[in-house]
Design a protein around this ligand. Structure first.
Ligand code: SF4
Length: 488
């Protein structure tokens, strides 16, 4: 029986990237595409290996897979001969796997086609590296609940290694964030130095409508110890975007929210200094994370409305972490045109992303690398006991190629989340919620914990109460009637 070479999740994404690089990076003379491919080829055993991989699977991603009769078949290519010398290295990179063609080839072709369409990495385009869980602020709105002193973060070499398969697959956005990313400044610069070699940044590829450039940005909180030294260290890395949060244009409100006197002035100083040092204007941008004005009604009038007009969006507060603990107001406005507020009962796979269901656990757009080594897909999901996998157990390629077997994927494809949401005691997590992310993440955390407690021998009632208590703790909801002593 012939052996068939098929693409893994990552292999599919990599082949797709090689195929579409022309469209994404081309200018009339093809220079940018060449430059991008030159860069990426540094992640392959050789340029020939990369080219042959692209050639071998050129039709795999779009057309019906072509399977020819041979003792070795490369799907999408009539002859396996040119690919044969590279198969071992492609397998080592986690790009291909082998299967025995023990059924009709046409049935196999259909299976491969279906698997391609369902590949969870189809739309992944970026990575967010949470370099550390440490933070030197304790913002009132912080969805993570502030600093996590036990989460220093992974070694820079581990992160670089984890990024390689994704860079090889052509992701074009990398963000370094925290906690507060500048608390690990040396590691931050080591990583920037590493990834810049594989991204086509704006200075190398000026923006042209319809074409893409890659994006590398650092999100920080403006407290960097020596702003001048920091900016001077950044200068040799053109094309990086700095992102710092400025919650409101009112210094007193911002400093009340961030609980750090003088922070507004520091952020402004950093912005002005960066321009004086020759950073292009766009490199310090101000993110309107949230807006916190007292009383609430002034907030809408003074702050949200002008920005909604100017930016077509407006800030909202995610009701997790410190936002819950500090009792910040719900923002039951319209977000992305979808009526709010949401509750647990609103979750439904039949509704679009932003008002019902999240597809990120099944088809993530971004991959998150957390300080703990956990690999996930969403900033709010930090409290989950289990995500796609952990870099402390397995390399990134293995995690991504087995994403369909991960607990989050299973829970979302079997409908267990909807069930959990129906069974939760919603009085423990009073909505309404500003975004569907909130009830989804709470239900998700709850169902994982519930299963763990049941597996550990708790009866259903106790397991439910414990799961509610622990979910509430992780996301800073008051534990109230679920206090530990009552469960025991
Ligand atoms: S919002 Fe950002 S800066 Fe503020 S406490 Fe949380 S991690 Fe730190």
């Amino acid at each position: 029986m012939p052996t068939v070479v098929t693409l893994t999740n990552l292999g599919w994404r990599t082949a797709h990237f090689l195929k579409t690089a022309r469209r994404q990076y081309d200018n009339p003379y093809g220079q940018h595409r060449q430059l991008k491919l030159d860069k990426i080829s540094g992640l392959w055993p050789s340029r020939t290996s990369m080219n042959e991989f692209g050639n071998s699977f050129l039709h795999y991603v779009t057309d019906r897979p072509y399977i020819d009769r041979d003792d070795l078949l490369v799907v999408g290519k009539k002859s396996a001969e040119a690919a044969r010398p590279f198969l071992a290295e492609w397998e080592k990179l986690g790009l291909i796997s082998f299967l025995t063609a023990n059924r009709r080839l046409s049935a196999l072709a259909d299976e491969i086609k279906t698997a391609s369409l369902q590949n969870p990495l189809r739309i992944v385009k970026g990575v967010v590296v949470e370099l550390t869980g440490l933070c030197n602020l304790n913002c009132r709105h912080c969805l993570k609940g502030g600093s996590h002193p036990e989460e220093y973060g992974l070694p820079a070499e581990t992160i670089a290694e984890a990024l390689k398969p994704l860079l090889r697959a052509g992701i074009n956005e990398i963000e370094f964030t925290g906690g507060e990313v500048t608390l690990r400044q040396n590691d931050l610069f080591t990583l920037i130095d590493f990834v810049k070699d594989y991204l086509l940044l704006e200075h190398e590829r000026p923006f042209k409508l319809g074409e893409m450039f890659d994006d590398l940005f650092i999100t920080h909180n403006g407290t960097v110890k020596d702003p001048k030294e920091f900016l001077l260290r950044l200068l040799p890395f053109p094309g990086i975007r700095l992102q710092v949060s400025l919650d409101t244009l009112d210094p007193a409100s911002m400093e009340m929210n961030r609980q750090r006197p003088g922070l507004f002035a520091r952020v402004m100083y950093l912005a002005i200094l960066s321009q004086q040092l020759g950073f292009p204007k766009h490199r310090v941008s101000f993110v309107l994370n949230s807006a916190l004005r007292e009383p609430d009604k002034d907030w809408e009038a003074d702050f949200c409305a002008p920005f909604r007009q100017r930016l077509g969006m407006f800030p909202y507060i995610i009701q997790l972490g410190n936002a819950v603990k500090n009792g910040l107001p719900h923002t039951d406005h319209f977000y992305c045109g979808i009526p709010q507020p949401l509750g647990f009962a609103d979750l439904s796979p039949g509704k679009p992303n932003m008002c019902g269901w999240c597809h990120g656990y099944v088809k993530p757009k971004e991959i998150y690398i957390r300080p703990t080594g956990s690999v996930g897909n969403c900033p709010y999901a930090y409290g989950l006991p289990e995500e796609f996998g952990s870099l402390s157990d397995r390399p990134m390629a293995e995690i991504l190629n087995n994403l369909q077997r991960s607990l989050p994927y299973q829970l979302f494809t079997t409908g267990a989340i909807a069930e959990a949401a129906g069974q939760m005691d919603s009085t423990a997590f009073p909505g309404p919620f500003a975004s569907s992310c909130e009830p989804i993440v709470l239900a998700h955390c709850y169902v994982q914990l519930f299963r763990r407690y049941q597996a550990a021998g708790d009866n259903e009632v106790i397991a439910r109460a414990k799961a509610t208590l622990e979910t509430a703790r992780r996301y800073k909801y008051p534990v109230g009637k679920y206090a530990e002593q009552e469960i025991r």
